[in-house]
Design a protein around this ligand. Structure first.
Ligand SMILES: *Cc1c(COP(=O)(O)O)cnc(C)c1O
Length: 332
């Protein structure tokens, strides 16, 4: 079989910074962000805080660190927190929510009634304390599904009734905002803290941002330093994030490519649901066998929640997606 260049749909993190981004990185104004405040990091943090409608924000090297910082500050040892089954904070952060932040995880399909039922109300002194609700929008393991503004508002109201704090894992909040055609701030309304990634669909090589009140950002800076995440001339990285933020609307192209991929796969008889954003989940009889077959024809995908995950991103074009379907047709 002839060699083909693989088309990499394992994740939207595989993008490489393009020339414009690299030029911005090379030209970034920088300073020591631990001693002072790097001017480009400051600009990025202010811009993200504005986009999310919160007071302040802090650049962090990874989304996992952003989530961990928020959970560390929200949870006391032994506090229970609620998150949906398959949530990144439960399944994809190596247990740090428990191990380092001290929280006791509880997975539950998040509805306002479930939140009210599990938290709040009177409890005796020996009762478990539930103190935090963790949201995730879009939701990765269910295939990049979007929580609407109305559902978000209802969950926040339930959390408030139950006296819970709310952290939003918004690694792909930009995708949710584009899919719903609402400003990102509408999907972060009412939360205490929110984490967003710059290194996924927006194409930056490194970086996430965790955001909330000014007091939270100041404490978050201390925890980031504790975790080894204080960087020096980080403006070089923040500059990439700023270029990424100019490209939020272009995520619509990734969503269109995901829809095209899903309908192409469906026409080949694959078991796929219509994607809401840039993630396509496909059910297959044997994941290991399917991934190997795909790789053999030059299509890279990854396992996720008992299915195969294809993620579209800015380094795959609509022609590439058509090519993916042709390559898969050859083996189906
Ligand atoms: C990618 C992702 C993160 C953060 O991942 P890092 O690789 O640590 O940057 C957090 N939550 C969700 C839902 C994600 O998809």
């Amino acid at each position: 079989m002839r060699c083909v260049t693989p088309i990499d749909l394992r994740s939207d993190t595989v993008t490489r910074p393009d020339d414009e981004m690299r030029r911005a990185m090379a030209a970034a104004e920088v300073a020591d962000d631990v001693l002072d405040h790097d001017p480009t990091m400051r600009a990025l943090e202010e811009r993200v805080a504005g986009l999310l409608g919160v007071e302040a924000a802090l650049w962090v090297p990874t989304g996992s660190m952003g989530n961990l910082i928020a959970l560390t500050l929200h949870l006391s040892r032994g506090d229970r927190f609620l998150a949906s089954p398959g949530a990144h904070v439960l399944d994809a952060e190596l247990g740090t929510a428990a191990w380092l932040a001290g929280g006791m995880p509880h997975a539950v399909t998040l509805t306002p009634d479930a939140v009210r039922g599990l938290a709040g109300g009177e409890s005796p002194y020996y009762g478990l304390r539930t103190t935090l609700l963790c949201l995730e929008n879009t939701h990765n393991s269910t295939g990049g599904t979007v929580t609407s503004v109305d559902s978000h508002v209802a969950l926040i109201a339930a959390a408030r009734d139950a006296g819970l704090k709310v952290h939003l894992d918004g690694a792909r909040l930009w995708n949710a905002a584009v899919a719903l055609d609402v400003p990102p701030a509408a999907l972060a309304a009412g939360v205490d803290t929110v984490q967003v990634c710059l290194s996924k669909g927006l194409g930056a090589p490194v970086g996430s941002v965790v955001a909330g009140s000014a007091a939270f950002a100041a404490e978050a800076r201390r925890v980031r330093k504790m975790l080894g995440g204080g960087v020096r001339q980080g403006g070089v990285l923040a500059a990439a994030g700023l270029v990424g933020l100019d490209r939020i609307s272009s995520l619509a192209a990734d969503h269109a490519n995901a829809r095209a991929l899903a309908s192409g796969l469906a026409s080949l008889g694959w078991d796929v649901a219509a994607p809401e954003t840039n993630i396509v989940l496909a059910g297959v009889p044997d994941i290991g066998v399917a991934l190997k077959e795909l790789e053999r024809v030059g299509v890279l995908a990854s396992p996720m929640a008992g299915k195969i995950r294809f993620v579209t991103h800015r380094d795959v074009s609509s022609d590439d997606v058509a090519d993916v379907v042709r390559r898969i047709e050859g083996v189906s």
